[in-house]
Design a protein. Structure first.
Length: 505
């Protein structure tokens, strides 16, 4: 088998991308996904636990927080996510995926663990609580950038879409775990102990995963693009040895599938040029998909309890039960239809899920306004809508992680994640206002129609600007900045053709 070679001009010729993409699924890939994908589970768990224990934290026998302070807990966490994504995203592109996905998980573990040690309700302790939530948020935000980059770069092209979408969808598995844990701890234990154990659920899982991650390799693609060709070759050989030891054959690679690169440093100017000049169409696509799904999700998810209690008379203590059903629909979508994003195609499936979920939301909004729904049927309707919306939203993260060059991939993910969170934060405020006292369905009806229109716009933009990335090597989807311009690379798994220099096709 051909290995990396370097010429006097500093050009490295390598088969590593092709070697990664020609592998079949093995236990190594399963371990990789399990160890890295837990980031989304932790985020879903954190958000749900914080929401579930919010009422308890306002009691005099716990922290005696005001409603404003309780509401600010989630806001501080989200701000932390944005800061963490931007800071750790930059570091992930500079220092490596493995270095950062170890650090970010440790930061989350410390932040969330310290939250449980909030011992009083004075101003100092409230500030301490906010600081720990901010730290936990930075860890999870950093996870998104490092993890999505690592998964996309190490999973074979034929599986990349379904794996990324499935991993992103596991946020809702975390939501289910968080809901059940909070119900268990708050109902069977004293409030003082119960809320603390709720915040320790995530760190307990993180400790186990931190140990597992120690054995994961660095992304060979990242090593290669950063001039560490020998280390990349050793890591790639170790991966192939793991694949062979599992009984899976390692097919040969055609030498014509080699790529040639000349590693070069990047900075913020490089990121700006890629996102807003050379590949601005892809930025419009990624930004639209991320913003529209974030607005819809934050609008519905953070106000669903208000809808159930104000319009359907559901007792607040029973509301989490409905969340479990809602979360189950969100989880099943990416896991069951994720494979279609690799087989039917990215553009068709992303546009289809966005537009279909928007249309279904508009229909449900009409039924809600007509007063024909109950708490149960409303939840069922949400389950159906978000079965499709969840797969589409997960595909938005997939899109921004695969359509930009490897050298700025984590930073691109961070930028669009931050933008989406900022716009998404408008949803709960707007929909909370529209819900009001729960006496006027027409106002919320208009809000639901707005959410439906937003998702449909996302689908239309995908039709116009979508990138057909299914089953293609990352180098064919987004040309690395360090790639020699004359390089011929595979356009699809198993086929080779010259790379098109046009960035937005």
């Amino acid at each position: 088998m051909a290995v990396d070679t370097e010429t006097s001009s500093g050009v490295v010729r390598s088969l590593i991308p092709a070697r990664l993409d020609r592998l079949r699924w093995t236990p190594f890939h399963s371990r990789l996904v399990a160890a890295l994908g837990v980031a989304w589970v932790l985020d879903g768990l954190e958000i749900t636990v914080a929401s579930s224990v919010g009422g308890v934290l306002g009691q005099s026998n716990t922290l005696n927080l005001s409603t404003t302070a309780v509401g600010a807990i989630a806001s501080v966490y989200l701000v932390g996510e944005v800061v963490g994504a931007l800071v750790f995203g930059r570091l992930s592109d500079r220092l490596g995926r493995r270095n950062l996905f170890m650090v970010t998980l440790a930061v989350y573990l410390v932040g969330s663990g310290l939250t449980a040690l909030t011992l009083g309700h004075g101003t100092g302790w409230v500030l301490y609580l906010f600081a720990t939530r901010f730290i936990a948020g930075t860890g999870i935000g950093g996870e998104y950038a490092a993890i999505n980059s690592a998964i996309d770069e190490m999973i074979p092209a034929r599986y990349r879409g379904r794996v990324d979408i499935g991993v992103n969808g596991t946020y809702w598995a975390g939501a289910i775990i968080g809901t059940l844990g909070a119900l268990l701890f708050l109902n069977l234990l004293s409030p003082t102990l119960g809320w603390r154990l709720g915040f320790l659920l995530g760190p307990a899982l993180a400790v186990v995963i931190l140990v597992v991650r120690r054995n994961l390799p660095e992304s060979p693609r990242w090593l290669l693009m950063h001039g560490r060709a020998e280390e990349a070759e050793r890591t790639m050989s170790e991966i192939e040895a793991l694949v062979s030891s599992s009984g899976r054959p390692v097919p040969p690679v055609d030498d014509r599938e080699a790529i040639e690169i000349r590693p070069a440093p990047t900075d913020y100017r490089t990121l700006f040029r890629v996102l807003f000049v050379s590949q601005w169409r892809r930025s419009v696509l990624g930004g639209t998909l991320m913003i529209t799904q974030s607005f819809l999700y934050n609008a519905i998810f953070f106000t669903y309890v208000l809808v159930l209690t104000h319009f359907y008379g559901v007792h607040a203590s029973s509301a989490p039960i409905y969340l479990i059903g809602f979360a189950a629909g969100n989880l099943l979508g990416p896991l069951s239809i994720g494979r279609l994003f690799d087989t039917v195609g990215r553009r068709q499936m992303i546009a289809g899920t966005y537009i279909l979920s928007g249309v279904l939301l508009a229909i449900t909004a009409y039924l809600f306004d007509q007063g024909v729904l109950t708490a149960l049927t409303q939840t069922i309707a949400w389950c159906v809508i978000f079965f499709f919306a969840s797969a589409g939203a997960s595909a938005a993260y997939l899109t921004v992680s695969e359509i930009f060059p490897l050298e700025v991939r984590a930073q691109a993910i961070a930028v669009f994640f931050a933008i989406a969170q900022c716009f998404g934060a408008l949803g709960p405020v707007l929909y909370g206002h529209l819900i009001g006292s729960g006496t006027d369905t027409s106002r919320l009806f208009a809000g639901y129609l707005l959410g439906a229109a937003v998702m449909i716009v996302g689908g239309i933009v995908e039709i116009i600007l979508g990138v057909a990335a299914e089953r293609k090597p990352l180098e064919a989807v987004a040309r690395p900045l360090s790639m020699v311009s004359s390089t011929a690379i595979p356009r699809a798994a198993g086929a080779t053709t010259a790379f098109s220099p046009r960035a937005d096709t």
